[in-house]
Design a protein around this ligand. Structure first.
Ligand SMILES: [Zn+2]
Length: 390
C-alpha cells in the first residue's frame, strides 16, 4: 500500500507539523515572517516585470462607497499647509479644505516667534478666521545648559500670542538633533523637562513625531515591507547604527518621557508608528492616561486589519484624533472611506507605502465624531466652535 510504504516520512511530517503547531500555540505573540518561495519550484519563463511594472488589475466586483466628504466636520490636527504668508494663502487653503469636509486645520508646520504672529495676523485678516489654528515649535538643535528655560519662556509667549499647542515636534528630535556638546539629544533629556512641564501648566497638547516606521531601521533586504519606499528615498534609511539610534532605543526614550510627565498631554503623531501593532499601543494607552494618538500617514496599517482596528478605535475612542500630515486634499477621501464604510479591497493612495489594498472599518457614528472633532475640542479649549455640532 502506498500509505504503508510512505508511513515513515508521513509520520515524520506529522511530528514536524505538530512541533510547529505547538511552537505557534506556545508563543502566540511571536510574529511570523512568511518567506516567499517559488511555486512548485518553478521559475517564470516569460520576461519578468520589475517591482514598478507589476500592477495586477483586480477582477473583484463588490459594492463601492467612495466618501468624498467626511460625514462630520473634521479637525485635522496634523496639517502642513503652505506657509501662511498672507490672508490670500489662508483663503486658498480653506477653499481646498471645504469640499472634503475639514472644518479646522491645525498648522503643525512648526512656526514660532515673529513668523507665528505673522501667520496669526494673516488668519485674522482672511475671510476664514475660524478655520486654521496655529501650533508653535521649539528648536532643540544645539541645546545647551539653560536652553530648556529659554525654550519654555518662548513657548509661553507663543501660547499667549494665540498658538493652541506645541508641535509638530519633528522626528529630527531623537533621530539626529545634537546638543551643544555634540552628543545626540535624547528624547528624555532632563534639560527639556521644563518645556514639557510648561505645556502641562498651560494645558496645551504636545504633538510629537518620534522616529519613523520600524522597517526604516530594519535590514534593507527583500523581506523588508518598505523596501520600495527605502529604495526611492535614501534619506529614510536609518540602518547605520553609527549615525542613528535603533527604533527601540527611540521608543524607550519616548516612553520614559511620557512616563515622567504625567500631566503633559502628548499626542503621538502617526499613532507612534505602532498602527501595525495595536496591542502595543493599547498597552501604552492603558498605562498612560496623558497619551493620545493621531492617525496621519498610517492608513495602510489600519486598512489591512479592519476588524482589529475597528475594535481598537471603539475601545480607545477617547484617545484617537484625526490628522493627515502631508497637505494633499485629494487624499482625505481615502481616510473617510476607510473609517466610515465597510468597503472591501480598495486602493490606497501611495504605492510605495503599501502594495496591498484597504478594507473599511465601519466605525460607529459616536466614534467617528470623537475621532473627527470631539477629542480635539476637548484637548484644545481655544479651538473655534463654529461649524461643529453642539
Ligand atoms: Zn508632520
Amino acid at each position: 500500500m502506498t500509505f504503508m510504504r510512505n508511513a515513515q516520512p508521513f509520520a515524520l511530517a506529522v511530528v514536524v507539523a505538530l512541533t510547529s503547531f505547538i511552537t505557534v500555540v506556545a508563543q502566540p505573540q511571536t510574529p511570523t515572517r512568511i518567506r516567499p518561495r517559488p511555486a512548485e519550484g518553478r521559475e517564470p519563463d516569460l520576461p519578468q516585470p520589475t517591482i514598478r511594472q507589476y500592477k495586477p488589475r483586480s477582477t473583484l466586483l463588490v459594492p463601492q462607497h467612495p466618501v468624498p466628504r467626511a460625514k462630520y466636520p473634521v479637525v485635522d490636527l496634523h496639517g502642513h499647509p503652505p506657509s501662511l504668508s498672507g490672508p490670500d494663502v489662508v483663503d486658498q487653503v480653506v477653499e481646498a479644505m471645504d469640499p472634503v469636509g475639514v472644518q479646522v486645520m491645525v498648522n503643525a508646520n512648526g512656526t514660532s516667534g515673529d513668523r507665528l504672529r505673522q501667520a496669526l495676523d494673516a488668519i485674522k485678516a482672511s475671510r476664514h478666521q475660524n478655520r486654521i489654528v496655529m501650533f508653535t515649535q521649539i528648536d532643540v538643535r544645539g541645546l545647551a545648559p539653560g536652553g530648556g528655560v529659554r525654550l519654555a519662556q518662548q513657548l509661553e509667549a507663543d501660547i499667549k500670542a494665540g498658538a493652541l499647542g506645541l508641535g509638530e515636534i519633528m522626528k529630527d528630535f531623537g533621530l539626529s538633533a545634537r546638543k551643544s556638546d555634540g552628543t545626540r539629544l535624547r528624547l528624555d533629556d532632563p534639560e527639556l523637562d521644563i518645556v514639557w512641564e510648561t505645556a502641562a501648566r498651560l494645558r496645551i497638547p504636545v504633538l510629537i513625531h518620534v522616529a519613523d516606521p520600524a522597517e526604516f531601521f530594519a535590514p534593507l533586504d527583500f523581506t523588508n515591507e518598505r523596501w520600495l519606499e527605502l529604495a526611492l528615498y535614501p534619506g529614510r534609511r536609518y540602518q547605520d547604527r553609527s549615525k542613528f539610534p535603533s527604533f527601540e532605543e527611540l521608543m524607550a526614550e519616548r516612553d520614559r518621557l511620557i512616563a515622567r510627565h504625567p500631566q503633559t498631554r502628548f499626542i503621538l503623531a502617526h499613532l507612534g508608528w505602532h498602527a501595525n501593532d495595536l496591542s502595543r499601543l493599547a498597552a501604552m494607552f492603558d498605562k498612560w492616561p496623558n497619551l493620545y494618538g493621531e492617525v496621519g500617514a498610517i492608513l495602510y496599517d489600519l486598512g489591512r486589519q479592519p476588524r482589529a482596528a475597528h475594535d481598537f478605535f471603539v475601545k480607545y475612542q477617547d484617545r484617537v484624533l484625526f490628522g493627515k500630515d502631508a497637505f494633499q486634499p485629494d487624499e482625505y477621501p481615502y481616510y473617510w472611506r476607510t473609517f466610515e464604510t465597510a468597503d472591501e479591497y480598495f486602493d490606497y493612495y501611495r504605492d510605495y507605502h503599501a502594495f496591498w489594498k484597504l478594507y473599511g472599518l465601519a466605525l460607529p457614528d459616536g466614534v467617528l465624531r470623537k475621532l473627527y472633532y470631539d477629542n480635539a475640542i476637548d484637548l484644545m479649549p481655544g479651538l473655534p466652535r463654529a461649524g461643529f455640532p453642539n
